[in-house]
Design a binder for this molecule. Sequence first.
Ligand code: HEM
Length: 194
Amino acid sequence: MAAFFSSLGKTIIAGIVILIAIIFIMGAGGKFGEHAWWTFVMRWLHVLSGIMWIGLLWYFNFVQTPSMPKIPDAEKPAVSKVIAPAALFWFRWAALATVITGLLLAGMLGYLGQALMVSRPFHAIGIGMWLALIMAFNVWFIIWPNQKKALGIVTVSAEEKAAAARVAGMTSRINTMLSIPMLYCMVAQQNAGL
Ligand code: HEM
């Protein structure tokens, strides 16, 4: 048992097996030919990748960044050289996966253009999509390039390194702020009757 759960790959496969069992127990197997079923699968993939992205954003802001001053200097490289690069890998690719699945979902629901124009009745998801698109832009074009300098993945001068850490940290904070209204808008489209 312990050996099984020491493997992340096996754990993920077990989760998928349980999911498939639940799908058939619920009798959803007969719906595979329906567009609505595949739209729902896309919605699920979208929420999965969104949780990976925003979960890691909140890990950086709620856990890692506030903990750094409490870690002795000699031990800091464990975070900056090992944990942060691994977290940033999943963070930026989850951001991209969330954008792709979100845009595909809006396309499958038939309102991508109207949502991007923020026109009623798709204004809630439209605002959410724009907030999330700005956040994803920040991840790929501001946070990641600056984190590469701040973490020493790209070699720069000490001043440039400090400036890059400030920009990355500030942008990450901005994304944390935007995540609050963004998530409200994501769930509002189906649930708030706005
Ligand atoms: C550019 C990025 C994004 C796009 C284009 C996008 C697009 C969409 C669309 C089209 C929907 C369906 C709305 C509906 O009609 O119910 C949706 C729902 C949702 N999205 Fe996003 N989204 C993005 C980012 C995110 C992020 C970062 C999260 C974070 C977890 C997220 C979480 C959700 C959730 C929880 C729902 C509601 C699912 C439901 O009510 O069934 N989205 N999104």
